[in-house]
Design a protein around this ligand. Structure first.
Ligand code: RTP
Ligand code: MG
Length: 141
């Protein structure tokens, strides 16, 4: 199994609930290393650029509005099969459909406020990581 990197964002709802540490513990317990991390308030342009792939979708405006509604925590996770492993930890996009014990089942309220973003492929992960972090601020270990 290849060592991969993925981009993870703890969204405003989970930051507001004060569960950053609980979510980080789940990553660490699954063998994912946090190799870059920052707490930031995204601008409208940051959020629109990040979600540009969803620009034509009906939920785009609400998604961007939600992502700028408060600070987020952005991290790069590294480990074997990191992209899929992280998405398995998150569970289904809609928390009502997320399996018991997943992050979204335990911490998310709705399909909009669904606690954490995760890259959906290694290729998209590389682009998303570069969008938020200079390579000099990613510390593989
Ligand atoms: P994410 O990108 O946040 O990890 O979530 P995902 O891959 O599971 O879902 P995606 O299809 O990429 O959608 C991005 C985010 O948009 C919101 N969404 N709302 N109202 C809706 O039908 C709808 N569909 C998606 C969700 O917050 C989702 O995480
Ligand atoms: Mg997605």
């Amino acid at each position: 199994m290849a060592v991969e990197r993925t981009l993870s964002i703890i969204k405003p709802d989970a930051v507001a609930k004060n569960v950053i540490g609980k979510i980080y513990t789940r990553f660490e317990d699954a063998g994912l290393k946090i190799i870059a991390s920052k707490l930031v308030q995204l601008s409208q342009a940051d959020a629109e650029g990040f979600y540009a792939v969803h620009k034509a979708r009906p939920f785009f405006a609400d998604l961007v509005k939600f992502m700028v509604s408060g600070p987020v925590v952005i991290q790069v996770l590294e480990g074997e099969n990191a992209v899929l492993k992280h998405r398995d930890l998150l569970g289904a996009t809609n928390p009502k459909e997320a399996a018991a014990g997943t992050i979204r089942a335990d911490f998310a309220d709705s399909i909009d406020a669904n606690a954490v973003h995760g890259s959906d492929s290694a290729e998209n992960a590389a682009n998303e990581i570069a969008y938020f972090f200079a390579s000099s601020n990613v510390y593989s270990r």
